[in-house]
Ligand binder design. Structure first.
Ligand SMILES: C[S@@+](CC[C@H](N)C(=O)[O-])C[C@H]1O[C@@H](n2cnc3c(N)ncnc32)[C@H](O)[C@@H]1O
Length: 218
């Protein structure tokens, strides 16, 4: 899969590319390309944004700048999914992650300051996605959230088995994962549930499924 991120801060992604599981699939299952709107802007002095019509605070990312960036990278063949990251978009959940992870290529557009000229979202993008009902200062963290969540779903990203039985997976009927414990078995009077120390894998499995159901409110 190829993910192309358009951003004003490409160097922000350096940390993420060194972290597993993204680092594990980078160069094999995942190709990540970072594009800076400034490199392809048709405006002078690297300008990418402008004052909002109607007045008000903040700068707005220009539609001609984003269109030029997409033209420079893709020509006439844009990816089937072009995703604008905006707090006003569809809220990201595991099913949307799974859906995007099956695409051969996606483009992810981030903005800063006051956000996108609305024509970018309505005419240049197929999707608008929010990572939650709060406002961040830029789309770089949302893009990294989306990238990490997608990378986990790519073949070879995770150790065998660890991606199958986790929160929101079909193996848990979309519910939350059961609680985990490790050594010590007792700490300040806080005990690990006996069943987990029993060695009885049938009981352990039944206990975990019940815990998952309770946590998920099922
Ligand atoms: C300060 S925000 C703009 C907020 C916008 N003026 C509003 O009130 O909806 C700047 C940029 O950060 C990104 N961003 C901020 N919060 C986000 C969120 N919850 N999900 C996705 N992207 C977000 C988007 O790319 C957005 O255009």
């Amino acid at each position: 899969m190829r993910v192309d991120v358009f951003t004003q801060v490409p160097h922000a992604f350096g940390w993420l590319t060194e972290q597993k599981p993204l680092a594990t699939v980078l160069g094999t299952e995942l190709e990540l390309r970072l594009f800076n709107y400034r490199d392809t802007t048709p405006l002078r002095a690297g300008q990418v944004d402008d004052d909002p019509y109607g007045g008000g605070a903040g700068m707005v990312l220009r539609v001609d700048v984003v269109d030029a960036a997409l033209d420079a990278v893709y020509g006439a063949e844009r990816p089937a999914r072009v995703v604008a990251l905006t707090p006003q978009g569809r809220q990201l959940d595991q099913s949307l992650v799974e859906e995007l992870a099956t695409e051969p290529a996606i483009a992810v557009l981030s903005s800063r300051f006051e956000g996108f000229d609305e024509r970018i979202v309505s005419h240049l993008c197929t999707d608008s996605v929010s990572i939650g009902p709060y406002v961040l200062s830029g789309g770089e963290l949302p893009a990294m959230v989306l990238l990490d969540a997608i990378a986990r779903r790519l073949p070879g990203a995770l150790a065998d088995g660890s991606g199958e039985l986790e929160s929101f997976s079909s193996a848990l009927d979309g519910g939350l994962e059961y609680p985990h414990y490790t050594r010590p078995a007792e700490y300040r009077g806080w005990d690990v549930p006996d069943v987990l120390l029993s060695g009885d894998h049938g009981r352990i499995d039944a206990w975990r499924r019940e815990q998952s159901r309770v946590r998920s409110g099922a």
